[in-house]
Write a protein that binds this ligand. Structure first.
Ligand code: UT7
Length: 314
């Protein structure tokens, strides 16, 4: 656990500043030597246990992540092998903090097309390895985590619990949130400024984008379904910053009692943040069978994603 007090010793910041500007008090950080697949393996195992399914029943394993162990092989292939999902196809999704919802859309498409019966989606990130420990604008925000869900084909051919998606990307603003080095544009095999191997972010610009896109994507999706914000029993937003969430829910006109947050303990865990919040909402009794739940995320790309579901655990 990396607390705000720990960060006060690391950079020029204060607990008061971090809490008042972000709502974050602590984050989870991997142990030395651990990588993203180590978290994904734990989360995948937990999902299968909760769903009482065997790894051999998984047809496809999708890992939304932007902090993979390596450029390749994929985290999903490593994870599938480790958990014994030997019959599974496996691929990663790179949509950064929107990745989990993009992954759910893929899972639904695979299941509805008949290509798969059971699709495991595990958002997994180790942002601590790509965050500059000396940059106070970013190192206070991010944490490491993995969490997931199993999307299952209804044996009776009943209606899907998925009510709708709203996915998007605006690549023209990609430079607002970027890790410049490590890909093919600036390979790590060539000399580089060490700061460029870390997240570079225009915080104010991303903040503005986030508040607007949460409102816009949720309202667009509800409008398409002929519904309003009153039809949302629970809103589970990407856990990036409490102020972003407060601004967005103020604009949406949804009461804070119908919004689940847990970023205080984890910070921004990117593709893991929404499933982690969903799991904790379930455990806290805030997410109950039959509820209509709006998940909404945004992130680098810039990307955004909203998904409205009727929560129907098996
Ligand atoms: O998944 C998407 C990921 N990204 C995000 O969600 C980020 C969205 N943006 C944010 O969350 C906010 O922009 C931040 C939390 C990153 C920054 O908060 P802000 O209220 O936008 O602060 P700012 O960048 O406008 O900076 C205000 C001041 C600056 O000082 P000066 O120039 O006014 O003297 C910063 O240098 O606060 C300073 N500052 C800090 N001070 C203490 C920036 N970071 C810190 C810090 N501690 N950790």
């Amino acid at each position: 656990i990396l607390s705000n007090a720990d960060l006060e010793r690391q950079v020029d910041t204060t607990d008061e500043w971090i809490v008042s500007r972000t709502g974050i008090r602590e984050r989870r950080i991997v142990a030395p030597g651990q990588a993203t697949s180590d978290l994904a393996i734990l989360a995948a195992t937990n999902v299968l246990e909760a769903a009482q399914r065997g790894a051999d029943e998984i047809d496809v394993l999708i890992v939304p992540t932007c902090t993979p162990d390596h450029l390749f092989p994929s985290v999903s292939a490593i994870t599938a092998n480790a958990i014994g999902a030997h019959a599974a196809a496996a691929f990663d999704i790179q949509a950064v903090c929107s990745g989990f919802i993009y992954g759910l859309a893929q899972a639904l498409a695979l299941v509805e097309s008949g290509l798969a019966q059971n699709v495991l989606v595990v958002g997994a990130e180790v942002f601590s390895r790509v965050t500059n420990p000396h940059d106070r604008g970013t190192c206070i925000l991010f944490g490491d985590a993995a969490a997931g869900a199993l999307v299952v084909r209804d044996e009776d051919g009943g209606p899907s619990g998925f009510l709708g998606f709203e996915l998007g990307a605006d690549g023209s603003r990609g430079d607002q949130l970027i890790v410049p080095v490590g890909g093919t544009r600036h390979p790590a095999s060539e000399p580089f400024d060490p700061d460029d191997a870390y997240v570079q972010m225009n915080g104010r610009e991303v903040f503005r984008f986030a508040t607007r896109v949460i409102e816009d994507s949720v309202l667009r999706l509800l409008d398409r379904l002929g519904m309003t914000i009153d039809d949302v029993d629970l809103l589970v937003p990407h856990q990036a910053n409490q102020r972003i969430i407060d601004h967005a829910i103020g604009r949406l006109g949804i009461d804070a009692t119908r919004v689940f947050n847990n970023l205080e303990h984890y910070g921004n865990t990117s593709a893991a943040s929404i499933p982690l919040a969903m799991a904790e909402a379930r455990d806290a009794g805030a997410l109950r069978p039959g509820m209509r739940v709006m998940m909404v995320g945004f992130g680098a790309g810039l990307t955004w994603a909203a998904c409205f579901v009727r929560y129907e655990p098996e």
